[in-house]
Design a protein around this ligand. Structure first.
Ligand code: CA
Length: 228
C-alpha cells in the first residue's frame, strides 16, 4: 500500500520535482501552496507524513506545524521541515514547534526520501512492519495470513487490504472516500457504498458470536479499528 505524503510548499518548481521523485518511489502525493490549504488537505487526507516548507505565504511553516500538532487527528503525523535557513537557532525553533526532522535546502531528492523513510520507521513502525497486531488480531504480511486468537481468519483480497490499512492506523477514523483511495486506489471508480459491503464481510469473518467487534462505525464519518 502506498504511503501518502502532503507537500506544503509555495515554490512550484520544487513541488513538481518532489512530486516526480516521490511518485517514482511509490508515494501517494498531495500538495498545498499555503498553510490554510494545507490544514484543509491534511484533515481530508490524514497523510502518513508531511513535508513542510518554513517560508510560506499567509501562515509560516512554524505556525502551521504548531496548528497541526494541536489538531486531534493530525497530532502524530510525522513532519519534516524544509528550509533554506541553516541557522542552528531556526533548527531548534523548528523542532520545538513539533517537527520530527529538518532538511536544509538545497537537498537531493534521494537524501530527502531517505530521511522520510527514517522518520516513518521511527514514528510509524506499522508502515514497514512484517507483522501487524491489534488486540487479539495478528496479520502476517509476508505469509498473507490473519489470525484472531488461536483461529485462522480467511479473508478475500479486498478485505485483507482493508484490514491491513486499518491495522496500520489503529484508532484513526477513515471516511469511505479515504478508504477507497487507500485500499482500492484513486484511479478505480467504486461507489462509496461498496466500502460498507466489504466492511460487513470483514466483520463477519473476524467476529465469531462470542467475539467483540473491533471495527467501530462512526456515524456519518466512517470506520476505525478501535479497542472496545
Ligand atoms: Ca517557500
Amino acid at each position: 500500500m502506498k504511503p501518502s505524503v502532503l507537500i506544503v510548499e509555495d515554490e512550484e518548481a520544487l513541488v513538481t520535482l518532489l512530486r516526480y521523485n516521490l511518485e517514482k518511489e511509490s508515494f501517494h502525493v498531495v500538495s498545498a501552496a499555503d498553510g490554510e490549504e494545507a490544514l484543509v488537505l491534511a484533515k481530508e487526507e490524514t497523510p502518513d507524513l508531511i513535508l513542510l516548507d518554513w517560508m510560506l505565504p499567509l501562515m509560516s511553516g512554524i505556525e502551521l506545524c504548531r496548528r497541526l500538532r494541536r489538531s486531534p487527528g493530525l497530532a502524530k503525523v510525522p513532519i519534516i521541515m524544509l528550509t533554506a535557513k541553516g541557522e542552528e537557532a531556526d533548527k531548534v525553533r523548528g523542532l520545538e514547534s513539533g517537527a520530527d526532522d529538518y532538511v536544509t535546502k538545497p537537498f537531493s531528492p534521494a537524501e530527502l526520501i531517505a530521511r522520510m523513510r527514517a522518520v516513518m520507521r521511527r514514528t510509524h513502525p506499522a508502515i514497514n512492519a512484517e507483522q501487524l497486531a491489534f488486540v487479539d488480531l495478528v496479520m502476517d504480511l509476508a505469509a498473507h495470513r490473519v489470525r484472531r486468537g488461536s483461529r485462522d481468519v480467511h479473508l478475500g483480497p479486498t478485505e485483507f487490504r482493508l484490514l491491513r490499512h486499518l491495522m496500520q492506523h489503529p484508532g484513526r477514523v477513515f471516511s469511505r472516500e479515504q478508504l477507497l483511495d487507500s485500499v482500492w486506489g484513486r484511479d478505480i471508480y467504486v461507489e462509496p457504498r461498496t466500502v460498507d459491503v466489504h466492511i460487513r464481510r470483514l466483520r463477519k469473518a473476524l467476529n465469531n458470536d462470542h467475539e467483540i467487534d473491533l471495527i467501530r462505525t462512526v456515524r456519518s464519518a466512517g470506520y476505525a479499528l478501535d479497542r472496545p
